[in-house]
Write a protein of this length. Structure first.
Length: 219
């Protein structure tokens, strides 16, 4: 029995260093994946005679960004992994005795490319992300509900109709982060423009989760 106990103790001393060695040999994560809650303001302009111009609350939304690891903190190169923003607002337009009310209820989401990217940018020492190009694969789906004078002056048909905007590119503005890098703000950027109106979006983001990751290389 004593010999068995002695063997067990010796085995424990042998196995423990091996386990620690395996842990030390594991690769350190190379990137930070950070999730943000989003809120925003949608500004409508350039409507007929300005009758439908106005600002509306947008959100809630979600955003996931992947940063390089820079001295143990997110920074450097940035990849937009996913984006979504809900939008529900009513435009009441009145001009020349004509009244139109349109309720927009939609969700905008991103579709990443084969490498899991929607857009790429870089965070400089000023804690600002500047995008290398537009965000791609942005799609909007939802409904429009029109009452009053509908089907004219850019208004949808009377009643509820589906609205689908297929994947397209959007030129988002720079993200300016706070000193703690846990929140950011984007000034107004044009997210949609038609012959009937222009939609510009301002976004605020607040960090809710972060994790250290090792994403696979992608050509």
């Amino acid at each position: 029995m004593r010999r068995l106990l002695g063997f067990g103790v010796m085995l424990a001393f042998v196995v423990a260093p091996l386990s620690m060695a395996r842990s030390d040999d594991e690769p350190h994560c190379t990137h930070w994946e950070v999730e943000y809650d989003l809120s925003g303001t949608l500004k409508i302009s350039d409507t007929t005679m300005g009758a439908g111009n106005g600002s509306h609350i947008a959100g809630p939304g979600k955003l996931v960004l992947r940063f390089d690891d820079v001295n143990g903190q997110p920074g450097g190169n940035v990849t937009v992994v996913s984006y979504e923003m809900a939008t529900r607002f009513t435009v009441d337009a009145h001009f020349l005795g004509i009244g139109t009310s349109v309720l927009t209820d939609c969700m905008t989401k991103s579709t990443a490319n084969a490498c899991g990217s929607v857009a790429k940018g870089f965070m400089g020492d000023d804690r600002t992300i500047r995008w290398q190009g537009p965000w791609t694969g942005i799609r909007t789906d939802g409904t429009l509900t029109c009452a009053g004078t509908c089907g004219r002056f850019g208004a949808p048909p009377r009643g509820k109709s589906e609205m689908h905007k297929p994947p397209h590119s959007v030129a988002f503005g720079s993200f300016a982060f706070t000193a703690t890098r846990t929140a950011f703000y984007m000034s107004y950027a044009v997210v949609d423009k038609t012959s009937n109106d222009t939609a510009s979006l301002a976004i605020s983001g607040r960090e809710t989760r972060r994790s250290c990751v090792c994403p696979p290389a992608c050509g």
